[in-house]
Design a protein around this ligand. Sequence first.
Ligand SMILES: Nc1ncnc2c1ncn2[C@@H]1O[C@H](COP(=O)(O)OP(=O)(O)O)[C@@H](O)[C@H]1O
Ligand SMILES: [Mg+2]
Length: 302
Amino acid sequence: MIKIESLNKSFGRIKALNDLNLNVKRGELLGIIGPNGAGKTTAIRMACCILKPDSGDIIIDGYSIHDDPIKIKSMIGYLPEEPNLYERFKAKDLLKYFAELYGVPKNDIDGKIQELLELVGMTKRSEDRINTFSKGLRQRISVARALVHDPDIIIFDEPTMGLDPETANSIRNFIKNLKGQKTMILCTHYMEEADLLCDRVAILNEGKIRDVGTPQYLKSKVHGEVILKIRVKNTGDINLIKNKLIQFPSVGAVNLVGGEYLISLKQRNEIHDIVDVFGNEVLSINTKEPTLEDVFIQAVKG
Ligand SMILES: Nc1ncnc2c1ncn2[C@@H]1O[C@H](COP(=O)(O)OP(=O)(O)O)[C@@H](O)[C@H]1O
Ligand SMILES: [Mg+2]
């Protein structure tokens, strides 16, 4: 549904996007993760026809950002990184203003606004002015604003950054509830957020996609695949045990934390024999899967 083709963009000497290619399927939630300055916002602003690339194109449902920006804008709901709201407007009037701007039929506007205020939990604040709102409340109203014209595509740029945990959670739930109904892009530098919500994740660094796939797939590719945690009755002589463990080709680092040995493994094939080293001392055995954070560190290094 969204095809990003060979996008390039420089700001002076900074190459913000470097031959960026990416596809988003209809109905999926695609995450774009990357550190600050990776180029996430730059790419998103191009999809929303706010910024032009030096070269390359984005095709959305057959429309090009170069030829049909007005059509594309009508298809996308955009939650910017730093929403610029009209401070003196009442919440309700702000939504009404944008509904009219986007050509929502007059008879539908009041109903739509009620529905959106309800959805973002702002019904009680509908008569209050934006300049009386906290950051969390502003973000809720911005989400409502992004949805006012019922777009097929929604793009969230760092939607939970700097929010209190409760508001961040309700925004995440909100995104989750839209899954399947809308085609969505979520830019974030919170790896757990991407892991939790996204169908697929693209890793962006220095203006280039390093890898893309389901969170599961990306995590399965990480070298040093799993951490084996063995809790023991008596920790014994750590050096002696370490010496035994590093004989196994699959064993990387060995650490003792509290009463627990943490052993990073490149493969799972020797777990049985490794556990045997501890004999009767073993109380419990656990494995910890790699996180998207591990994936990210590896991808950016490589
Ligand atoms: N308007 C601009 N003028 C100059 N440099 C910019 C501008 N916008 C972005 N950049 C630079 O482009 C790079 C990518 O920025 P951005 O897309 O905002 O990254 P992200 O959203 O991933 O944090 C950064 O090095 C940033 O400083
Ligand atoms: Mg950004």
